[in-house]
Design a protein around this ligand. Structure first.
Ligand code: TYD
Ligand code: MG
Length: 446
């Protein structure tokens, strides 16, 4: 149960920042201005990609994520680049309720590339900082500075004095965000809101804000690994489920231009228990290594552990392996893992997961230059997955020579050249095509 406060009646009538009342008027669609899509030049290309091309003026964007994942770092970097001379010297106001100005400056100095000397003079002149948590004061600052972009770090620290509830409560967070939206819509200023995803107090986290803002981005990743994914889950100005890939380094977030290559960098070739899947993140195909490990179970009830994969898909795939493909896992503990801290939800990774597990149990490596794409059904049949062509093209681009995919039902599309496509009807057939020792794959008696 959460206590909520209603806005005081007076607050809807007074205040300088709400300009809608009595001013709206129906307009014909073709009479509305703004034909060309306008966007602010967004230098970090992975960021621009997730936004659908760049920051739209007057839009309000929520960036959510676990504490310490890198939200402040990423937005400070964006602000510094956009306010630099090279990218049009946009005026940007960075409002922080979490860190002191000195702390932010130290971070900014760290983010300036050392080849520029990291001296004072390299810091952008049009980036203004203010540490403030009272939203009325923040709005006053914004009216005075007239920035093109505002960053609020974080929404959980911002308070409206007319509410007595504490910072970060549902009423504070929701009402503050609504005020910021009004500001964005009436002034054309783009507003970025940082919001922590809180493990226990999920209530006042970014979820309450999702319907208020235009775009919702989540920064995700394993805290103990360096890769970070910036994922759009809602976007009024572009495609959703688009991702940008970054790596957290000692000098801030660095774009990963070729993520597939990065995810495969530490792979041991010709080792049992490793298979390559091609997963789609938005419109981008990503090659990832899936590892499987089986060990004899000591107790009656064997364990199944999934890391970065859906546990239910792992359970289904182990059952199908046991019943339909002669890979007996009933007395085996099974572990499945996605390398690089990525989380894969789509069933297209079923085949790679199953082959990795079978490869571990049989102690036979998967062919080195092979990718596996396909969903597995309960009868052990392979099912077609969407966007096969871009997946195959990405695999080919990274030097993979062959791919095992489900048998095609339509031959309308031409498969990309440079990669040998092996079609399999069933999981069993796919195992025969993927594992190196071919004869031993057949279950006994066949
Ligand atoms: P931060 O951006 O403060 O996270 P958030 O705002 O999401 O809470 O990032 C904090 C972490 O990032 C901290 O553990 C230190 C690390 N970090 C780096 O590894 N390199 C850097 O250049 C910076 C600035 C931070
Ligand atoms: Mg922060």
């Amino acid at each position: 149960m959460v206590e909520e406060q209603l806005a005081p009646a007076s607050s809807t009538a007074s205040g300088k920042n709400r300009g809608y009342a009595g001013q709206s008027k129906p307009v014909r669609l073709d009479e509305i201005g703004g034909d060309a899509e306008e966007r602010l030049n967004t230098p970090i290309s992975e960021f621009a990609r997730v936004l659908g091309g760049g920051v739209v003026p007057g839009s309000i964007i929520l960036v959510g994520g676990d504490p310490g994942i890198g939200k402040s770092t990423l937005l400070l970097q964006l602000a510094m680049e956009m306010s630099s001379v090279a990218y049009g010297s946009h005026t940007i106001l960075y409002v922080s309720g979490e860190e002191s100005e000195r702390q932010i400056k130290m971070r900014a100095l760290r983010l300036v590339r050392p080849e520029n000397g990291s001296s004072q003079t390299d810091l952008p002149k049009n980036l203004l900082l203010v540490t403030e948590t009272n939203l009325d004061v923040i709005l006053d600052h914004i009216h005075e500075v007239r920035p093109e972009m505002v960053i609020i770090d974080s929404i959980q620290t911002v308070t409206l004095p007319e509410f007595s509830s504490s910072a970060g409560s549902v009423s504070q967070v929701r009402e503050s965000a609504a005020r910021l939206r009004e500001l964005a819509k009436t002034s054309g200023i783009s507003v970025f809101i940082i919001g922590h995803v809180t493990k226990e107090g999920v209530i006042a986290g970014p979820r309450v804000l999702e319907h208020i803002v235009d775009t919702v981005l989540y920064l995700e990743g394993d805290r103990y690994q360096s890769y970070r994914l910036l994922r759009s889950v809602k976007n009024r100005f572009g495609a959703t489920s688009e991702v940008g890939v970054f790596e957290m380094r000692d000098r801030g977030m660095v774009e990963v231009i070729n993520p597939s290559e990065a995810f495969l960098a530490e792979r041991l070739v010709n080792t049992p228990g490793s298979a390559i899947a091609v997963t789609m993140e938005g419109t981008r195909p990503l090659l990832v290594e899936i590892q499987g490990l089986t060990t004899r179970s000591n107790f009656g009830n064997p364990r199944r552990t999934a890391n970065g994969l859906d546990i239910n898909r792992l359970l289904l795939n182990t059952a199908v392996l046991t019943r339909r493909a002669g890979i007996n896992l009933t007395e085996q503990d099974v572990f499945a893992n996605v390398v690089g801290g990525l989380t894969i939800e789509e069933p297209a990774a079923d085949l790679a997961m199953s082959v990795a597990i079978a490869s571990s149990l049989r102690d036979m490596p998967v062919k080195a230059d092979l990718v596996l794409i396909g969903e597995i059904g309960l009868s052990g049949e392979l099912r077609w997955v969407s966007q096969m062509i871009p997946r195959l093209r990405e695999a080919s681009k990274l030097g993979f020579k062959s791919a095992v995919i489900p048998r095609r039902t339509s031959h309308a599309e031409t498969l990309p050249e440079g990669i040998k496509v092996l079609e399999a009807r069933s999981l069993q057939e796919a195992l025969r095509l993927s594992l190196i020792d071919q004869d031993a794959v057949h279950p006994k008696g066949k």
